[in-house]
Design a protein around this ligand. Structure first.
Ligand code: PMP
Length: 454
């Protein structure tokens, strides 16, 4: 094919077209949206369309843990691209899928032996829910006169308030019911069960009230509940709460007691973010089903995984369908698998743990003084996650622009200004991020004192 026939590659940004035709996350198509053009990214820096560079405090929503344009991941993807960029996974298999799954089985707890490769975090949670329901269908059926008859109906999901698991229909049904993100879908959502948000902080002992409230629901409804799902240790998009590891231990014990599967959603926390490779390690527990995404490929391309135990897989095989009923078109995309394998290899051979510990220590020191400012409700750090929680809601677009002017890329939401930097961030770059957070909050306080609160 003549290269003249190829579309012209350009880095020029047509903001007007963007504004008129392209949706961004959680935006309107009729109100102006504040977006900034980006042309390239390297290490921990984004280059903007006006030529400025900003230090990235987001890892592009927890994903780019090795920073941008890492040579190992680029090379793995380029090599893969030159042989097989995509092929269907029905009836076919390939080395990139096998290689990444070997690593996943290797780095997660020993009981997780089966891997389903999906294409986004939300879908990996959908898959987990479907696995749990099909598992109980397998467990609950008996043969009567040559026919399969269901003995129980375990199809509901139990979760905690304050959680976030995605934007698809089943995942919306288990997100916080009160935070307004999905309330407009009201009656169309499956009615799930919600226990109170765990109240004891990370490092504290578990509150008896929390576990009693959870147990009361399990006692009353366990015959209907297929699985309990939770983000281990850290509730992310629901407000960045870090809760007691003992609560998670209690959850595991209660799930066992009431015969409910435990699904851990490690889409945000997985691959080192909380200081352990997986957040469940803080509690020393194992999941029946584990959801992974975001940093799985180091943030280079979309891929997610749902892992489960032999027992869960066996239950699914015994269900009336006999097979697991899910099979996305882009399942196990070879390019994504190659990126994921390279990313996990980097974690396995690298010093991510020292990097994350150093980030945690530095953030603790540098963010703590923010408590002095009015309207700051809390400052908390766990692993490579640093959070300043405000008493008031934040004007995201105004703050985002102010952050850019300070040379950093930070995207607050709700009441929180937070950073989740790439693990390779230098101490100087990290100081620029924490300094910008304090400057912004100080200015917010001054504006409030001057009566300019908008
Ligand atoms: N679960 C958790 C804990 C998440 O943080 C997210 C994404 N923010 C999701 C699920 C959904 O993942 P995705 O956006 O890739 O669909």
């Amino acid at each position: 094919m003549n290269s003249d026939n190829l579309p012209q590659l350009t880095t020029e940004i047509d903001f007007e077209f963007d504004q008129q035709h392209i949706w961004h996350p959680y935006t309107s198509m009729t109100l102006p949206v504040s977006v900034t053009g980006v042309t390239s990214a390297k290490g921990c820096e984004l280059t903007l369309s006006n030529g400025d560079t900003v230090i990235d405090g987001t890892s592009s929503w927890w994903a780019c843990v090795h920073g941008y344009h890492h040579p190992d991941i680029i090379e793995a993807m380029q090599t893969q691209l030159s042989t097989l960029s995509h092929v269907m996974f029905g009836g076919l298999t390939h080395a990139p899928a096998i290689n990444v799954c070997k690593r996943l089985v290797d780095v997660t707890s020993a009981n997780l032996t089966k891997v389903f490769l999906a294409d986004s975090g939300s879908i990996s949670v959908e898959v987990a829910i479907k696995m749990a329901i099909q598992y109980w269908q397998g467990k609950q059926h008996v043969q009567v006169g040559g026919q399969q008859v269901r003995t129980q109906n375990k199809q509901r999901i139990l979760t905690v308030k304050g959680g976030y698991h995605g934007d698809t229909f089943a995942t919306m049904s288990i997100c916080d019911p009160d935070n307004g993100m999905h309330t407009m879908f009201g009656d169309t959502l499956i009615k799930q069960l919600f226990a109170p948000t765990p109240t004891s902080a990370f490092g504290d002992t578990v509150s008896a009230q929390d576990t009693q409230a959870l147990e009361a629901i399990l006692q009353n409804h366990h015959q209907d509940i297929a699985a309990f799902i939770i983000e281990p240790i850290m509730q992310g998009a629901g407000g960045m709460h870090f809760y007691s590891a003992e609560y998670l231990k209690a959850v595991r014990a209660l799930c066992d007691k009431y015969q409910v599967l435990l699904i851990l959603d490690e889409i945000a926390t997985g691959f080192g973010r909380t200081g352990k490779l997986f957040a469940y390690e803080h509690a020393g527990i194992e999941a029946d089903i584990l959801c992974l995404g975001k940093a799985l490929t180091g943030g280079y391309i979309s891929l997610a995984a749902t892992m489960c135990t032999d027992e869960v897989a066996l239950g699914i095989s015994q269900s009336p369908a006999g097979v697991f009923m899910h099979g996305p078109t882009f399942m196990a995309n070879p390019l994504a698998c190659a990126a994921a394998e390279a990313s996990i290899a980097l974690l396995q051979k690298g010093n991510w743990q020292q990097q994350v510990n150093a980030i945690a220590q530095q953030m603790q020191q540098e963010l703590e003084p923010a408590r002095q400012f009015a309207r700051v409700k809390d400052v908390r750090v766990l692993g490579a996650v640093g959070v300043i929680e405000m008493e008031c809601a934040i004007n995201i677009s105004a703050l985002q622009q102010a952050f850019i002017e300070l040379g950093v890329w930070i995207r607050p939401f709700g009441h929180v200004i937070y950073i989740t930097p790439p693990y390779i961030i230098t101490s100087k770059q990290l100081t620029a991020l924490t300094q910008a957070m304090k400057t912004i909050i100080k200015n917010m306080t001054i504006e409030q004192a001057a009566g300019n609160t908008h």
